[in-house]
Design a protein around this ligand. Structure first.
Ligand code: NAD
Length: 337
Protein backbone atom coordinates (compact mmCIF):
# COMPACT_ATOMS: atom_id res chain seq x y z
CA UNK A 1 0.00 0.00 0.00
CA UNK A 2 1.29 3.50 -0.84
CA UNK A 3 1.95 5.76 2.18
CA UNK A 4 -1.02 7.75 0.87
CA UNK A 5 -3.22 5.06 -0.70
CA UNK A 6 -4.27 5.62 -4.28
CA UNK A 7 -7.61 4.63 -5.77
CA UNK A 8 -7.79 4.94 -9.56
CA UNK A 9 -11.06 5.04 -11.47
CA UNK A 10 -9.99 4.02 -14.98
CA UNK A 11 -13.35 4.73 -16.49
CA UNK A 12 -14.86 7.79 -14.80
CA UNK A 13 -17.79 8.45 -17.15
CA UNK A 14 -19.85 10.35 -14.58
CA UNK A 15 -19.26 13.86 -13.31
CA UNK A 16 -20.18 13.17 -9.70
CA UNK A 17 -16.98 11.83 -8.14
CA UNK A 18 -16.08 14.96 -6.15
CA UNK A 19 -18.04 13.46 -3.23
CA UNK A 20 -16.01 10.23 -3.35
CA UNK A 21 -12.76 12.20 -3.65
CA UNK A 22 -13.68 14.19 -0.53
CA UNK A 23 -14.64 11.02 1.38
CA UNK A 24 -11.30 9.42 0.56
CA UNK A 25 -9.31 12.58 1.28
CA UNK A 26 -10.91 12.55 4.74
CA UNK A 27 -9.27 9.18 5.43
CA UNK A 28 -5.94 10.13 3.86
CA UNK A 29 -6.36 8.53 0.44
CA UNK A 30 -6.45 9.92 -3.10
CA UNK A 31 -8.91 9.16 -5.87
CA UNK A 32 -7.61 9.69 -9.40
CA UNK A 33 -10.20 10.03 -12.17
CA UNK A 34 -9.11 8.73 -15.57
CA UNK A 35 -10.75 7.93 -18.89
CA UNK A 36 -8.42 5.28 -20.22
CA UNK A 37 -8.23 4.17 -23.83
CA UNK A 38 -6.86 0.65 -24.09
CA UNK A 39 -4.55 -1.60 -22.10
CA UNK A 40 -1.40 0.54 -22.25
CA UNK A 41 -3.30 3.51 -20.89
CA UNK A 42 -4.74 1.36 -18.06
CA UNK A 43 -1.27 0.04 -17.22
CA UNK A 44 0.10 3.60 -17.17
CA UNK A 45 -2.53 5.06 -14.84
CA UNK A 46 -2.66 1.99 -12.59
CA UNK A 47 1.12 1.56 -12.15
CA UNK A 48 0.88 2.60 -8.48
CA UNK A 49 -2.85 2.07 -7.85
CA UNK A 50 -3.79 0.28 -4.63
CA UNK A 51 -7.40 -0.12 -5.74
CA UNK A 52 -8.78 0.09 -9.29
CA UNK A 53 -12.37 1.12 -9.98
CA UNK A 54 -14.12 0.55 -13.30
CA UNK A 55 -17.55 1.42 -14.62
CA UNK A 56 -17.90 -0.48 -17.88
CA UNK A 57 -14.69 -0.69 -19.90
CA UNK A 58 -12.80 -4.00 -20.29
CA UNK A 59 -10.02 -4.97 -17.88
CA UNK A 60 -7.91 -7.50 -19.77
CA UNK A 61 -5.25 -9.97 -18.61
CA UNK A 62 -2.57 -7.71 -20.14
CA UNK A 63 -3.80 -4.68 -18.16
CA UNK A 64 -4.10 -6.76 -14.97
CA UNK A 65 -0.52 -8.04 -15.33
CA UNK A 66 0.57 -4.38 -15.26
CA UNK A 67 -1.20 -3.74 -11.94
CA UNK A 68 1.75 -4.63 -9.77
CA UNK A 69 0.57 -2.95 -6.54
CA UNK A 70 -3.19 -3.40 -6.85
CA UNK A 71 -5.15 -5.23 -4.17
CA UNK A 72 -8.56 -5.15 -5.77
CA UNK A 73 -10.55 -4.22 -8.88
CA UNK A 74 -14.08 -3.10 -8.04
CA UNK A 75 -16.71 -2.76 -10.75
CA UNK A 76 -19.64 -0.35 -10.52
CA UNK A 77 -22.00 -3.08 -11.77
CA UNK A 78 -23.60 -6.47 -11.16
CA UNK A 79 -22.10 -8.16 -14.24
CA UNK A 80 -18.31 -8.50 -14.22
CA UNK A 81 -17.95 -10.16 -17.63
CA UNK A 82 -15.61 -7.40 -18.86
CA UNK A 83 -12.97 -8.24 -16.22
CA UNK A 84 -10.58 -11.15 -16.72
CA UNK A 85 -11.24 -12.64 -13.28
CA UNK A 86 -8.92 -15.63 -13.88
CA UNK A 87 -6.01 -13.27 -14.63
CA UNK A 88 -6.77 -11.19 -11.53
CA UNK A 89 -6.95 -14.32 -9.38
CA UNK A 90 -3.55 -15.47 -10.69
CA UNK A 91 -2.09 -12.08 -9.72
CA UNK A 92 -3.63 -12.17 -6.21
CA UNK A 93 -6.03 -9.34 -7.06
CA UNK A 94 -9.56 -9.45 -5.67
CA UNK A 95 -12.38 -8.68 -8.10
CA UNK A 96 -15.51 -7.30 -6.46
CA UNK A 97 -18.91 -6.32 -7.86
CA UNK A 98 -22.08 -4.82 -6.37
CA UNK A 99 -24.63 -7.59 -6.90
CA UNK A 100 -27.81 -6.24 -5.35
CA UNK A 101 -28.04 -2.48 -5.88
CA UNK A 102 -30.46 -2.66 -8.83
CA UNK A 103 -32.38 -5.91 -8.47
CA UNK A 104 -35.61 -3.97 -8.01
CA UNK A 105 -34.89 -1.60 -10.91
CA UNK A 106 -33.94 -4.25 -13.49
CA UNK A 107 -36.92 -6.43 -12.56
CA UNK A 108 -39.19 -3.33 -12.78
CA UNK A 109 -37.69 -2.49 -16.18
CA UNK A 110 -38.08 -6.06 -17.43
CA UNK A 111 -41.75 -6.08 -16.37
CA UNK A 112 -42.22 -2.72 -18.13
CA UNK A 113 -40.64 -4.07 -21.35
CA UNK A 114 -42.64 -7.32 -21.24
CA UNK A 115 -45.90 -5.40 -20.77
CA UNK A 116 -45.07 -2.68 -23.31
CA UNK A 117 -44.09 -5.26 -25.94
CA UNK A 118 -47.08 -7.53 -25.40
CA UNK A 119 -49.62 -4.66 -25.22
CA UNK A 120 -47.88 -3.04 -28.25
CA UNK A 121 -47.60 0.26 -26.38
CA UNK A 122 -44.55 1.55 -28.21
CA UNK A 123 -45.67 0.75 -31.76
CA UNK A 124 -49.07 2.37 -31.07
CA UNK A 125 -47.31 5.48 -29.81
CA UNK A 126 -45.01 5.49 -32.87
CA UNK A 127 -48.04 5.17 -35.19
CA UNK A 128 -49.78 8.10 -33.52
CA UNK A 129 -46.67 10.27 -33.67
CA UNK A 130 -46.49 9.48 -37.40
CA UNK A 131 -50.05 10.88 -37.84
CA UNK A 132 -51.96 7.61 -37.50
CA UNK A 133 -54.47 6.45 -34.91
CA UNK A 134 -56.01 3.00 -34.69
CA UNK A 135 -53.68 0.99 -36.90
CA UNK A 136 -54.52 -2.69 -36.74
CA UNK A 137 -52.92 -4.93 -38.13
CA UNK A 138 -49.69 -2.87 -38.07
CA UNK A 139 -49.86 -2.89 -34.29
CA UNK A 140 -49.92 -6.71 -34.39
CA UNK A 141 -52.09 -9.15 -32.48
CA UNK A 142 -52.50 -8.68 -28.74
CA UNK A 143 -53.17 -11.57 -26.38
CA UNK A 144 -54.81 -11.55 -22.96
CA UNK A 145 -52.00 -11.86 -20.41
CA UNK A 146 -53.94 -14.20 -18.14
CA UNK A 147 -53.06 -17.83 -18.87
CA UNK A 148 -50.13 -16.99 -21.18
CA UNK A 149 -46.86 -18.78 -20.43
CA UNK A 150 -43.99 -16.71 -19.09
CA UNK A 151 -40.58 -18.35 -19.64
CA UNK A 152 -37.54 -17.18 -17.70
CA UNK A 153 -33.98 -18.14 -18.55
CA UNK A 154 -32.03 -17.64 -15.31
CA UNK A 155 -33.80 -17.37 -11.98
CA UNK A 156 -31.38 -15.48 -9.73
CA UNK A 157 -32.06 -12.15 -8.05
CA UNK A 158 -33.50 -10.32 -11.05
CA UNK A 159 -35.39 -13.26 -12.59
CA UNK A 160 -37.00 -13.97 -9.21
CA UNK A 161 -38.04 -10.30 -8.95
CA UNK A 162 -39.69 -10.53 -12.38
CA UNK A 163 -41.63 -13.64 -11.37
CA UNK A 164 -42.77 -12.02 -8.12
CA UNK A 165 -43.82 -8.75 -9.80
CA UNK A 166 -45.70 -10.43 -12.67
CA UNK A 167 -47.44 -12.99 -10.48
CA UNK A 168 -50.62 -10.87 -10.44
CA UNK A 169 -51.08 -11.47 -14.19
CA UNK A 170 -51.87 -15.15 -13.51
CA UNK A 171 -49.55 -16.60 -16.16
CA UNK A 172 -48.03 -20.08 -16.10
CA UNK A 173 -44.31 -19.70 -15.33
CA UNK A 174 -41.56 -21.92 -16.74
CA UNK A 175 -37.92 -21.49 -15.76
CA UNK A 176 -34.71 -22.84 -17.32
CA UNK A 177 -31.83 -22.54 -14.86
CA UNK A 178 -29.51 -25.57 -14.66
CA UNK A 179 -27.98 -24.29 -11.42
CA UNK A 180 -31.27 -24.06 -9.53
CA UNK A 181 -32.28 -27.06 -7.42
CA UNK A 182 -35.95 -28.00 -7.84
CA UNK A 183 -36.38 -27.58 -4.06
CA UNK A 184 -35.26 -23.93 -4.35
CA UNK A 185 -37.70 -23.01 -7.12
CA UNK A 186 -40.41 -20.66 -5.83
CA UNK A 187 -43.98 -21.96 -5.59
CA UNK A 188 -45.84 -21.89 -8.88
CA UNK A 189 -42.67 -22.07 -10.99
CA UNK A 190 -41.99 -25.12 -13.16
CA UNK A 191 -38.28 -25.86 -13.63
CA UNK A 192 -37.80 -27.16 -17.20
CA UNK A 193 -35.22 -27.39 -19.99
CA UNK A 194 -34.28 -24.38 -22.14
CA UNK A 195 -35.88 -26.22 -25.09
CA UNK A 196 -39.24 -26.33 -23.29
CA UNK A 197 -39.02 -22.64 -22.35
CA UNK A 198 -38.40 -21.78 -26.01
CA UNK A 199 -41.10 -24.09 -27.35
CA UNK A 200 -43.89 -23.34 -24.86
CA UNK A 201 -43.49 -19.72 -23.74
CA UNK A 202 -45.40 -16.67 -25.00
CA UNK A 203 -43.13 -14.25 -23.14
CA UNK A 204 -39.43 -15.11 -22.78
CA UNK A 205 -37.12 -13.09 -20.54
CA UNK A 206 -33.38 -13.63 -20.08
CA UNK A 207 -31.53 -13.08 -16.78
CA UNK A 208 -28.23 -14.96 -17.06
CA UNK A 209 -24.69 -13.67 -16.60
CA UNK A 210 -22.56 -13.29 -19.74
CA UNK A 211 -19.93 -16.04 -19.94
CA UNK A 212 -18.65 -18.75 -22.29
CA UNK A 213 -21.87 -20.79 -21.87
CA UNK A 214 -24.26 -17.89 -22.46
CA UNK A 215 -22.49 -15.82 -25.16
CA UNK A 216 -24.59 -16.19 -28.32
CA UNK A 217 -27.10 -18.39 -26.41
CA UNK A 218 -29.99 -16.92 -28.47
CA UNK A 219 -29.35 -17.40 -32.17
CA UNK A 220 -31.20 -18.69 -35.23
CA UNK A 221 -32.04 -22.13 -33.79
CA UNK A 222 -33.43 -20.65 -30.56
CA UNK A 223 -35.57 -17.99 -32.31
CA UNK A 224 -36.78 -20.66 -34.78
CA UNK A 225 -37.87 -22.81 -31.82
CA UNK A 226 -40.06 -20.04 -30.34
CA UNK A 227 -43.80 -19.65 -30.97
CA UNK A 228 -44.84 -17.12 -33.67
CA UNK A 229 -46.57 -15.04 -30.98
CA UNK A 230 -43.51 -15.06 -28.68
CA UNK A 231 -42.15 -11.83 -27.20
CA UNK A 232 -38.43 -11.97 -26.35
CA UNK A 233 -36.90 -9.66 -23.72
CA UNK A 234 -33.24 -9.31 -22.78
CA UNK A 235 -32.15 -7.05 -19.93
CA UNK A 236 -29.01 -9.05 -19.04
CA UNK A 237 -26.11 -8.54 -21.49
CA UNK A 238 -26.10 -7.79 -25.24
CA UNK A 239 -23.71 -10.54 -26.44
CA UNK A 240 -26.09 -13.23 -25.11
CA UNK A 241 -28.09 -12.53 -28.28
CA UNK A 242 -27.01 -12.95 -31.91
CA UNK A 243 -28.44 -9.65 -33.15
CA UNK A 244 -28.45 -10.62 -36.85
CA UNK A 245 -30.53 -13.67 -35.94
CA UNK A 246 -32.92 -11.60 -33.80
CA UNK A 247 -33.36 -9.05 -36.61
CA UNK A 248 -34.16 -11.87 -39.05
CA UNK A 249 -36.57 -13.46 -36.55
CA UNK A 250 -38.47 -10.17 -36.26
CA UNK A 251 -38.38 -9.30 -39.97
CA UNK A 252 -39.49 -12.80 -41.02
CA UNK A 253 -42.07 -12.92 -38.21
CA UNK A 254 -40.68 -16.08 -36.57
CA UNK A 255 -41.56 -14.23 -33.36
CA UNK A 256 -43.98 -11.36 -32.67
CA UNK A 257 -41.80 -8.85 -30.84
CA UNK A 258 -38.76 -8.18 -28.71
CA UNK A 259 -37.42 -5.66 -26.23
CA UNK A 260 -33.79 -5.10 -25.28
CA UNK A 261 -32.16 -2.99 -22.60
CA UNK A 262 -28.72 -4.21 -23.68
CA UNK A 263 -27.03 -4.56 -27.07
CA UNK A 264 -23.70 -5.95 -28.25
CA UNK A 265 -22.41 -2.44 -28.98
CA UNK A 266 -23.53 0.35 -26.71
CA UNK A 267 -24.49 2.87 -28.02
CA UNK A 268 -26.08 0.89 -30.84
CA UNK A 269 -24.27 1.30 -34.18
CA UNK A 270 -26.02 3.47 -36.78
CA UNK A 271 -25.78 0.45 -39.13
CA UNK A 272 -27.10 -2.11 -36.61
CA UNK A 273 -29.56 -4.62 -38.09
CA UNK A 274 -31.75 -3.86 -35.07
CA UNK A 275 -32.50 -0.31 -36.18
CA UNK A 276 -35.85 0.40 -37.79
CA UNK A 277 -37.64 -2.81 -36.81
CA UNK A 278 -41.29 -2.13 -35.95
CA UNK A 279 -41.78 -4.71 -33.24
CA UNK A 280 -38.58 -4.06 -31.34
CA UNK A 281 -38.24 -1.79 -28.31
CA UNK A 282 -34.73 -0.72 -27.27
CA UNK A 283 -33.73 1.15 -24.13
CA UNK A 284 -30.16 2.42 -23.63
CA UNK A 285 -28.92 0.04 -20.86
CA UNK A 286 -30.92 2.02 -18.35
CA UNK A 287 -32.61 -0.84 -16.50
CA UNK A 288 -30.44 -0.46 -13.42
CA UNK A 289 -30.90 3.26 -12.97
CA UNK A 290 -33.05 5.07 -10.45
CA UNK A 291 -32.73 7.86 -7.94
CA UNK A 292 -32.32 5.14 -5.31
CA UNK A 293 -30.05 2.59 -7.02
CA UNK A 294 -27.24 4.92 -8.11
CA UNK A 295 -26.57 6.33 -4.60
CA UNK A 296 -26.70 2.76 -3.25
CA UNK A 297 -24.17 1.65 -5.88
CA UNK A 298 -21.81 4.52 -5.12
CA UNK A 299 -22.10 3.99 -1.36
CA UNK A 300 -21.40 0.25 -1.62
CA UNK A 301 -18.35 0.82 -3.82
CA UNK A 302 -17.05 3.27 -1.23
CA UNK A 303 -17.75 0.78 1.60
CA UNK A 304 -15.71 -1.77 -0.38
CA UNK A 305 -12.84 0.72 -0.84
CA UNK A 306 -12.83 1.73 2.85
CA UNK A 307 -12.83 -1.93 3.92
CA UNK A 308 -9.84 -2.71 1.67
CA UNK A 309 -7.91 0.35 2.84
CA UNK A 310 -8.52 -0.77 6.43
CA UNK A 311 -7.17 -4.26 5.65
CA UNK A 312 -10.47 -6.13 5.19
CA UNK A 313 -12.12 -8.07 2.38
CA UNK A 314 -14.79 -6.11 0.49
CA UNK A 315 -18.39 -7.32 0.92
CA UNK A 316 -18.82 -8.87 -2.56
CA UNK A 317 -15.66 -10.56 -3.91
CA UNK A 318 -16.39 -12.65 -7.00
CA UNK A 319 -13.19 -14.68 -6.48
CA UNK A 320 -13.44 -15.24 -2.69
CA UNK A 321 -11.25 -18.38 -2.64
CA UNK A 322 -8.17 -16.62 -4.07
CA UNK A 323 -5.06 -15.73 -2.06
CA UNK A 324 -4.85 -11.94 -1.80
CA UNK A 325 -1.50 -10.15 -2.14
CA UNK A 326 -1.67 -9.22 1.54
CA UNK A 327 -3.62 -11.11 4.21
CA UNK A 328 -7.02 -9.51 4.82
CA UNK A 329 -9.46 -9.67 7.73
CA UNK A 330 -13.06 -10.72 7.05
CA UNK A 331 -15.56 -8.16 5.82
CA UNK A 332 -17.83 -9.14 8.71
CA UNK A 333 -15.28 -7.66 11.15
CA UNK A 334 -15.02 -4.36 9.28
CA UNK A 335 -16.21 -1.44 11.36
CA UNK A 336 -15.94 -3.38 14.63
CA UNK A 337 -13.46 -2.12 17.18
P1 NAD B 1 -27.80 -13.74 -10.40
O1 NAD B 1 -26.41 -14.21 -10.34
O2 NAD B 1 -28.56 -13.51 -9.14
O3 NAD B 1 -28.66 -14.74 -11.31
C1 NAD B 1 -28.19 -15.31 -12.52
C2 NAD B 1 -28.91 -16.63 -12.69
O4 NAD B 1 -28.58 -17.15 -13.97
C3 NAD B 1 -28.49 -17.67 -11.63
O5 NAD B 1 -29.65 -18.21 -11.01
C4 NAD B 1 -27.77 -18.74 -12.47
O6 NAD B 1 -27.95 -20.04 -11.96
C5 NAD B 1 -28.44 -18.57 -13.83
N1 NAD B 1 -27.68 -19.10 -14.94
C6 NAD B 1 -26.33 -19.06 -15.13
N2 NAD B 1 -26.01 -19.66 -16.30
C7 NAD B 1 -27.19 -20.09 -16.84
C8 NAD B 1 -27.53 -20.78 -18.04
N3 NAD B 1 -26.59 -21.18 -18.92
N4 NAD B 1 -28.85 -21.04 -18.28
C9 NAD B 1 -29.80 -20.64 -17.42
N5 NAD B 1 -29.53 -20.03 -16.24
C10 NAD B 1 -28.24 -19.74 -15.98
O7 NAD B 1 -27.77 -12.40 -11.27
P2 NAD B 1 -28.88 -11.27 -11.36
O8 NAD B 1 -28.67 -10.26 -10.29
O9 NAD B 1 -30.23 -11.92 -11.50
O10 NAD B 1 -28.44 -10.58 -12.73
C11 NAD B 1 -28.50 -11.29 -13.96
C12 NAD B 1 -27.72 -10.53 -15.01
O11 NAD B 1 -28.39 -9.29 -15.29
C13 NAD B 1 -26.32 -10.07 -14.56
O12 NAD B 1 -25.36 -11.08 -14.73
C14 NAD B 1 -26.05 -8.86 -15.42
O13 NAD B 1 -25.34 -9.26 -16.57
C15 NAD B 1 -27.45 -8.39 -15.83
N6 NAD B 1 -27.74 -7.04 -15.31
C16 NAD B 1 -28.16 -6.09 -16.19
C17 NAD B 1 -28.43 -4.81 -15.71
C18 NAD B 1 -28.94 -3.73 -16.63
O14 NAD B 1 -28.66 -2.57 -16.38
N7 NAD B 1 -29.70 -4.05 -17.66
C19 NAD B 1 -28.24 -4.50 -14.36
C20 NAD B 1 -27.86 -5.52 -13.48
C21 NAD B 1 -27.60 -6.79 -13.97
Amino acid sequence: MNPRPKVVNIDSRHAYYAQEQAQLAAIGADMVLAKTKGDDDVIRVCADADIVLVEASPVTAKAIEGMTRTRAIIIYAVGYDKIDVAAATRQGIIVANIPDYCTEEVSDHTAALLLAASRRVVIMDRNIRAGGWFDFPKNGPIHRMKNLTLGLVGLGRIGSGVVRKLSGFQMRTLVADPFLKPADAPAGVELVSLERVLRESDLISVHVPLGPQTRGMFSTAQFRAMKPNAIFVNTSRGPIVDEEALATALREKWIAGAALDVTVKEPLDASSPLRGLDHLIITPHYGASSEESVPQLRATVMDSVRALLAGHWPPYPVNPSMSPRVPLKPWSDFGRA
